[in-house]
Ligand binder design. Sequence first.
Ligand SMILES: O=C1O[C@H](COP(=O)(O)O)[C@@H](O)[C@H](O)[C@H]1O
Length: 236
Amino acid sequence: METARHRNTWHIHPDPEALARRLAAAVARMAREAITARGAFHLVVAGGTTPRAAYALLPQLGSDWQCWHLYHGDERCLPPQDPDRNSLMLDTVWLSRVPIPTRQIHHIPAERGADVAARDYAAVLPPHAFDLVLLGVGEDGHTASLFPGHDWGMAKNGPATIAVHDAAKAPPQRVSLSGWRLQYTREMFFMAAGGGKRSALTAWRQGEPIPAATVGTTADIWLDNTAWPEVVPGTI
Ligand SMILES: O=C1O[C@H](COP(=O)(O)O)[C@@H](O)[C@H](O)[C@H]1O
């Protein structure tokens, strides 16, 4: 379904398992289409807990993994083996189980500190649009590491990456792609599961300028039932 204000399509699933299955299948399908059309699939991944189950299903779906190029939407400034690193989660549940060439897996070197890592990662990003950007939604409406009350880098002539020093969610130091660089993509998917995401999603559907809604003006939003907010009259 589409809202008048934004071109968002909302996909509601009965439970987190169904959400993960459908999301993984959609990512695999988009990879197939991109590889058939252009010989490569440039994907930006989300971190956090929500996408973990979908990532874990990808190896069994199979793909032409040699053609995948992977980037992060954000990373936390922690040592590489810290359990809260997004890259470690990705490696553990997905990347260690598929033959994507290592040179095509672009982890953010966040252990160098936010400023250096943001500068270095900007040089790694491709000059062209991504094929697909995957993003999460925090309970406060943040996406990637773009938090309420911060500059989200929506100006198209601005930097492609942002060093974050005072994130509202630990750890405070992070690196994020900027809002405009996340939007420079053919497709954008958000995912959210659980009742904790309801108030952020209600704000999104009511047109409040939370970071997720501001970045996701043209996006598919994949939810489980418990994350779906109360029906807002006139917006469905
Ligand atoms: O800190 C982060 O939070 C968001 C949302 O994570 P979730 O655990 O609520 O799914 C995530 O998208 C982002 O990549 C991560 O660094």
